[in-house]
Write a protein that binds this ligand. Structure first.
Ligand SMILES: Cc1cc2nc3c(=O)[nH]c(=O)nc-3n(C[C@H](O)[C@H](O)[C@H](O)COP(=O)(O)OP(=O)(O)OC[C@H]3O[C@@H](n4cnc5c(N)ncnc54)[C@H](O)[C@@H]3O)c2cc1C
Length: 454
């Protein structure tokens, strides 16, 4: 490094929302050194939330979701090239085209990608899609324009449910297959999951819960699918919406604490090495980062929220160009939104960090409500459905660890004042991360060995 934190060479790997917002913040904070952004996708940074909403509805072309650049960056853009490795000793990023990019400080912002269908031959059938990139959204929107006879959506998380909603709005026949008991259960628990199921069915979705898709059929072209309950359907499009995979493979030999759950970092966005020692020149932010949050018992959170990406990018950038005492923690309360089946869903806090939930305002019957989540007697999250106005109030309750259930306000009538179990999945059951084992006996010879997930 050239002495001053505001000078030197900063490299950002991942040129999307997090990468762009961090670059802007670095310049805003007075960074005058060289700035390089490396991105695998050929196009400049764009926004993903519209891809499963306005783009699939045909209201916005896939190529028109570019993120506005809010200031001059004076940066070198290396787009359309993947980073394949990181040498933290020599401080360089290795690229797929054989080039090397030296750095003094590095920001890892490689986000996630869509999980593929596990059977490659079936996944390669014409008509099978995933949705994460602008290209994928364009191809899927084109196929929806052509009027398929039936769309199968595999997985009813947020992305799958939004895709199903867009297809129904286009008047297409839709089957949704969900392994869990209802849509959105993995993110919002049983109460709102049941509401989502009711609404999907009311909007004409053939919703099948508690089943898995066991095979995608076709000969070159998708023709149908088989389910674990022995049934089958004809379908000419299947969208695999089985969640996201963190883009950390390029870091496998970097010595960083990087794996399927993301790149572990401290609250100041500094990455940990594989021994759990914090580095001082490598930072992580956005969907790829995994960080401790004091409001959630310092558990490591991996979030896939637009707002978190922006806030964490800004904290990382600030800390990259400021000395220790002036560094900031990333303490933003997580928040996200979704729109589907006529519902405007907004969330603050971490609904899965809960043991109970109560409908604090409104009612499930009217699909207009605020559900408040609690963990061991304090408020940890709130989700509004078509009633976002009061969410700020609940955010303050989360921030102040207010008692759960919250005192009834002067708000409208409450359907049921009694908390019920939140029925979020046990995180241990969802775990598919690697195990870290210790080897060696002498204290100075101990090493950590990462064992792949079984
Ligand atoms: C369809 C869809 C709908 C969404 N809707 C919502 C919503 O309604 N509300 C909400 O809060 N959030 C939503 N999100 C999530 C939100 O878009 C993400 O939180 C946000 O994109 C995270 O930004 P990021 O820059 O951290 O990661 P990403 O956007 O994943 O960007 C990472 C970038 O790094 C690149 N990259 C990966 N590996 C490498 C490598 N080795 N070398 C170089 N480049 C690499 C990738 O190509 C990508 O461009 C949605 C996401 C999707 C896909």
């Amino acid at each position: 490094m050239h002495g001053e934190p505001r000078d030197g060479r900063i490299v950002i790997v991942g040129a999307s929302l997090t990468g762009l917002r961090a670059a802007e913040k670095l310049r805003e904070e007075g960074f005058t050194g060289s700035l390089t952004l490396v991105g695998e996708e050929p196009q400049p940074p764009y926004d993903r939330p519209p891809l499963s909403k306005q783009v699939l509805l045909g209201k916005v072309p896939a190529g028109h979701t570019g993120l506005p650049q809010r200031r001059e960056l004076d940066a070198q853009w290396k787009l359309g090239v993947r980073a394949t490795g990181l040498d933290p000793i020599e401080k360089r990023v290795l690229l797929a085209d054989g080039a090397e990019v030296p750095f003094d400080r590095l920001l890892i912002a490689t986000g996630t990608r869509a999980r593929r269908w596990p059977h490659p031959a079936e996944g390669a059938l014409d008509g099978v899609f995933t949705l994460r990139t602008s290209d994928e959204a364009r191809r899927l929107a084109e196929r929806l324009d052509a009027g398929p006879r039936r769309v199968l959506v595999i997985g009813a998380g947020f992305t799958g449910s939004e895709i199903a909603s867009a297809c129904r709005e286009r008047g297409l026949a839709v089957t949704v297959a969900e392994r869990g008991p209802a849509p959105l259960v993995g993110a919002l628990g049983g109460t709102l999951g049941a509401l989502a199921a009711k609404l999907q069915r009311a909007h004409g979705v053939d919703l099948r819960c508690g089943v898995t898709v066991t095979a995608l059929e076709g000969d070159g072209r998708l023709t149908g699918a088989q389910f674990s309950d022995g049934t089958r359907i004809d379908a000419d499009i299947a969208v695999v919406a089985l969640g996201a995979v963190r883009n950390t493979e390029w870091l496998v030999e970097s010595g960083l604490a990087a794996g399927p759950r993301g790149v572990t970092c401290d609250a100041g966005c500094r990455a940990f090495d594989m021994y759990g020692i914090v580095t001082d020149d490598i930072f992580a932010a956005g969907d790829v980062a995994r960080f401790p949050h004091p409001l959630f018992e310092y558990q490591l959170l991996s979030l896939e929220h637009w707002g978190n990406a922006v806030a964490q990018a800004e904290v990382a950038a600030h800390n990259m160009v400021n000395p220790g005492p002036r560094r900031r923690p990333h303490l933003t309360v997580p928040a996200f939104w979704s729109s589907q089946f006529g519902l405007n869903i907004k969330s603050v806090g971490v609904p899965t960090f809960s043991d109970q939930v109560v409908i604090a305002q409104g009612s499930l019957k009217d699909a207009r409500l605020v559900a408040v989540y609690g963990y061991r007697g304090r408020v940890t999250a709130a989700v509004s459905v078509n009633q976002a106005r009061s969410l700020e109030y609940y955010q303050r309750l989360i921030e102040t660890a207010a008692p759960f259930p919250p005192a009834p306000g002067a708000a409208d009538q409450i359907e049921s004042p009694d908390p019920v179990p939140s029925d979020v999945p046990d995180p241990k059951l969802l775990s598919h991360g690697p195990t870290v084992a210790l080897t060696g006996h002498l204290p100075d010879r101990r090493l950590t060995v990462v064992q792949p997930a079984r």
